[in-house]
Each structure stands twice: as C-alpha cells, then as structure tokens.
Design a protein around this ligand. Sequence first.
Ligand code: PD2
Ligand code: ZN
Length: 300
Amino acid sequence: MNAVVTQAVTEELRQWIVAQAQAGCMPEDVVKAMVASGWHEDVAVQALEQTLREHLQALRAGTAVSPAFQPGQPEAGMAEAATAVPEPTLQEGATVILADGHPVQVLMSLRLPRVVLFGGLLTGDECDALIALARPRLARSETVDTSTGGSEVNTARTSDGMFFERGETPLIDRIERRIAALVNWPVERGEGLQILRYRPGAQYEPHHDYFDPAKPGTPRILERGGQRVGTLVMYLNTPARGGDTIFPDAGLSVGPMRGGAVFFSYDRPHAATRTLHGGTPVLSGEKWVATKWLRERTFA
Ligand code: PD2
Ligand code: ZN
C-alpha cells in the first residue's frame, strides 16, 4: 500500500531551492540534501521541478525575486527564512583580501557547504601570543547544552578550552576587527574568541555549530544574539600529525596550518547547509585553534 505523503512545500523551501540552483548545484544534489533533511523523495523531486519551472516563468516575466544575500546590506532578506550570513568579499580573480589593512590569502572556496579557506589571517607572533594568553586559563572544554541552555563537559570534544571576552586585550580587539572586515560582519555580532588545545588522541566529533531548534534549551540560548550563522576556526599552530577539520557531507578535509583559517556559514539551522564538521584525532604533537562564532544579531 502506498503511504500518503502530506509534506507541505513552503515558500521558504522554494526560496532555498532557487538559491541552490543559482549557486550552480546539480538537481540530484538538491534532492539528496532534501531527502537527508527528511523530505520524501517524490515530494522533493516535484517541489524542485515545480519551483524551478515557476521561477523561470517569473524570470521571463521580469517578476522574479532573488533570495541571494546582498553584501553590504546584512539585513536584506531577513524577512525570508534563509537568513543573512557573513560572507567575504571575493573579487574576481583576486587571491588576497585586505582585511582592516592585513592581507589575507584566499586559498579555496566552496559553494555548498559555504566554506572558504584562508592563509595568513594571523601572524606567527599573534598565534603565539594567543596561546600564551590562553594557556594558564585552559579547562576541560564545555559546550552549550541545548537540552537545558546551560553548559556541560562534552565527551564528544576531548580538548581543553577557554573563552576570551570580546575586545579583552588590544591584540584580541585587533584580530576581531580583522575578522569583521574579512567576512563583512560587525564585531558586535561575534561571540568572544574560544581557544582550544587538543593533545594527542583528542578530537572533536562531527557536529553542527548552530543550535538545534528542536532542543528545549535553544530558545534561551537564542535570546542572546540569535542563531549562530558562521564559524571561523583559526589554526594557531601546525600539529605534527592529524587534527584536520573535516566536512563529511562534502568529503572535505582541511589541514591545520599556523595562521590559516577555515570559514563556513549556514543560512539556517539545518543539515541542508551541509556544515556538519569535526576535528580528527591529533596523532602527534598538539593542536591549538581559536574559534570565532558569528551570531545573527548583537551578542551582548
Ligand atoms: O578544531 C577543529 O578543527 C574544530 C572542528 C570542529 C573546531 C570546531 N568544530 C569548533 O570550534 O566549532
Ligand atoms: Zn564546530
């Protein structure tokens, strides 16, 4: 007997489908992402075909609205389900972005998941200074517990960590301004920098950085600045072996290199953003990272 499928195709989903098509995603990949998010395959295929057919008709009639984020107008599209996200200004053919006067190399970029790899974001001296400031304050890492809204020691992350206050020292303030310029996102929408140290064997199991809307503690967390919409993981040293940052949905593995960073954004708190990511075990030496999480609104 055939099951009766009653999944409603929302305007939000239609906009997301159009955005994927505009980003050059293959239709089968869009369907795959929808199925992974819980859509019935038949519904996904039908929604894709109908949405793109209607969008093409609207384009011909000159009435189509682009859901794409407009850099420089971070509030654009806020009424739509896909929220504005931080995004570096990648000028065509340019391999360097001048961020608050500091040249940052763009080494790789990917559309879905949105991932950009940077080189030389931090100088060697800045990396060493962050490690020296953080080392005496390290504690076994805690993560925000979305079942309660509090924090707990997380066995999925076997590193030690600490948080700086935003703008805590002139060095941190300078780095935060550089990040804000790099990804076009105000300093005030960033959480304080988190420093993590992984010892041999330590890892960070794959997870999403956004807060799961289905968890009871999430509304309380969102009161302070809304959802996370982007992450920048900066590598403060080059581990002797291991400690890659991986994106399993993209088959992507980023090797940690001192001063480099991996940026990724997610326009909704959903696995369809394909931003599942983790840190593989450190095999020898230590791994130190600084993470900047970016929120929808001012994080006060
Ligand atoms: O240290 C990493 O590679 C890593 C991996 C996954 C860091 C984070 N997540 C994070 O800080 O969110
Ligand atoms: Zn993470």
